[in-house]
Design a protein around this ligand. Sequence first.
Ligand code: NAG
Ligand code: NAG
Ligand code: NAG
Ligand code: NAG
Ligand code: NAG
Ligand code: NAG
Ligand code: NAG
Ligand code: NAG
Ligand code: NAG
Ligand code: NAG
Ligand code: NAG
Ligand code: NAG
Length: 544
Amino acid sequence: MLYSFWRLLSLVSILHCVAALQCLPDQTETLKRFKNEFQFSSICSDDTNFLRGVVCDNTTGAVTFLELPGGCIRGTLRPNSSLFELSHLRYLNLSFNNFDSSLLSSAFGQLKNLEVLLLSSNGFAGQVPSSIRNLPKLTKLQLSHNKLTGNLAPLVQNLTNLSALDLSFNQFSGTIPSSLITMPFLSYLDLSDNQLTGSFEITNISSSKLETLQLGNNHFEAEIIDHISKLVSLQYLSLSSLNISHPIDLKIFYSLKSLSHLDLSGNSLTPTSMNSDIEFPKDMEVLLLSGCNISDFPRFLKPLKKLWYLDLSNNRIKGDVPDWLWSLPLLVSLDLHNNSFTGFRGSLDHVLANSSVQVLDIALNSFKGSFPNPPVSIIHLSAWNNSFTGEIPLSVCNRTALDILDLSYNNFTGSIPPCMGNFSIVNLWKNKLEGNIPDEFYSGSLTQTFDVGYNKLTGNLPRSLLNSSLLRFLSVDHNNINDSFPFWLKALKNLKVLTLRSNRFDGPISPPDEQGPLAFPKLEILEISHNRFTGTLPRNYFTN
Ligand SMILES: *[C@@H]1O[C@H](CO)[C@@H](O)[C@H](O)[C@H]1NC(C)=O
Ligand SMILES: *[C@@H]1O[C@H](CO)[C@@H](O)[C@H](O)[C@H]1NC(C)=O
Ligand SMILES: *[C@@H]1O[C@H](CO)[C@@H](O)[C@H](O)[C@H]1NC(C)=O
Ligand SMILES: *[C@@H]1O[C@H](CO)[C@@H](O)[C@H](O)[C@H]1NC(C)=O
Ligand SMILES: *[C@@H]1O[C@H](CO)[C@@H](O)[C@H](O)[C@H]1NC(C)=O
Ligand SMILES: *[C@@H]1O[C@H](CO)[C@@H](O)[C@H](O)[C@H]1NC(C)=O
Ligand SMILES: *[C@@H]1O[C@H](CO)[C@@H](O)[C@H](O)[C@H]1NC(C)=O
Ligand SMILES: *[C@@H]1O[C@H](CO)[C@@H](O)[C@H](O)[C@H]1NC(C)=O
Ligand SMILES: *[C@@H]1O[C@H](CO)[C@@H](O)[C@H](O)[C@H]1NC(C)=O
Ligand SMILES: *[C@@H]1O[C@H](CO)[C@@H](O)[C@H](O)[C@H]1NC(C)=O
Ligand SMILES: *[C@@H]1O[C@H](CO)[C@@H](O)[C@H](O)[C@H]1NC(C)=O
Ligand SMILES: *[C@@H]1O[C@H](CO)[C@@H](O)[C@H](O)[C@H]1NC(C)=O
């Protein structure tokens, strides 16, 4: 919704009154003209919200700080924009607005006092003007998520005070100027998701202050890894999908003793990397090795006592998950999905149960046999598409934080544990579960999604489902459930999907007169085929 002329006028007068307490009239006037250049969205209808982002200097009355709410304005930012008259600006944040593919105007070079310039996700296109060199006081420059092109050389000359530079998610090309890496104060550099090539050559690499370096999703040459390995101050390094010609040997990172976060996803690693006895940086906390063509479980992880996030998904790792993995004391999130694991080493009662893991994804593997007792602190458990057999362990009912349980596409037998109302998402699709669906959905049950399709369940649809007022998705298709049409489910105000297909439901599907009008308030999908229903489907099922 765009601002009407009258509302805009009133906003501007409020802006004037409030801002005038601190800002000189000519500054307020300039802000007013700047606002008039654009269309406004309803987000800006909250005047105090808009004004919160304007600060003037107490002594001079000039605007020094301007931060627009995201999604506020839309339109072209022209070189003659009033914005560029605010020459005392030290902080400018226009991120998350829509400048309709405007060029990044060379007029930014007039804002000589800028220390922080944030223009992320603004739709800017074209090259960065060379006038950006006129901003020697800049310490933070963020131009990520735009459509900027050209090479990086103009950016590095003269901006010697930069401490953080984020140019990620653009279309910059060419090589990385080595002077960028050695800028005297630069500690944060994000160039990921561009079209950069080549490598960089640095004579005095010890002068680099880089602590964070993100270069993923570019087209570099393999030599770049050798140079990166000399940036000894690095703590956070992200090199996903570099598309370099030969596999990376992990040993090269052993020199980076301060490293705590490493992302090599999407690069092939040499097989010998996994077996190496050389010490990996001990402070490693986050390690992402997804899609790295790994076939043996990485043993170098064992001494990493600070590791809390490990992603080994999309590899080719075979055999058992080693038992020592579960004793890494801080491990919280573990992703092993899409490998060829077949089992767990160690006693099934204890291996997982003793670990600190909260998010565990072992889907898309070849695990066989019984399912181990899940970790005590588990929140999100995903094990779909394996070959687990036996019963679902009752201990899931003892895991008070468990919220998402996905055991679909396995061969679980026996009955469904009686605590399904504890979880917001339950997916047990395509197993061999039998017996009744436990009638144990207590008042206040958290269930939003309950999918038990393609099993061998019998009995009624449990009436206690009515206690699950949050239920949105209920699927019991392809079972042997024997019941009449669940008119009573209309009391579930949030139900969107109801699938009863291929069961033994029978009786009329038209509501008996005494039931009153039947209308599921939010129903979008209703599948009832392959049952023994009679009667016609009333139109008013779908009135909403
Ligand atoms: C400017 O005003 C703010 C409060 O509005 C105050 O916190 C700050 O100290 C003042 N600065 C100067 C330099 O007077
Ligand atoms: C810049 O402004 C946007 C929109 O208001 C906000 O989401 C973002 O956090 C700001 N950036 C910084 C670094 O403060
Ligand atoms: C800015 O330039 C545009 C053309 O590029 C023109 O239409 C507009 O009137 C100018 N605005 C001001 C305030 O001069
Ligand atoms: C940029 O720095 C060079 C020296 O490295 C200097 O000659 C030039 O004048 C500077 N440009 C600006 C715009 O400050
Ligand atoms: C660079 O920053 C330092 C303080 O960190 C400051 O003294 C110096 O004036 C700045 N240089 C420029 C060109 O603004
Ligand atoms: C290399 O950089 C360091 C740190 O900035 C500096 O102390 C040293 O003098 C430089 N060495 C050379 C050969 O430039
Ligand atoms: C990887 O590089 C090759 C050339 O070495 C190129 O043909 C291919 O498109 C690149 N892949 C991606 C995903 O960029
Ligand atoms: C993956 O590793 C195998 C050897 O373990 C090798 O033959 C194959 O070329 C590698 N694939 C890629 C994409 O590097
Ligand atoms: C599984 O990982 C392989 C790489 O090892 C990848 O090619 C494949 O697309 C992944 N499959 C899924 C379903 O993610
Ligand atoms: C599990 O933890 C308990 C105490 O926390 C300990 O006694 C037991 O030995 C552990 N079991 C395994 C297999 O590590
Ligand atoms: C389940 O067991 C049957 C044999 O009883 C087998 O054919 C099928 O592949 C198994 N499914 C899974 C997901 O392991
Ligand atoms: C649940 O926990 C209690 C006490 O912590 C224990 O006595 C009981 O055996 C547990 N039940 C299951 C099924 O693990």
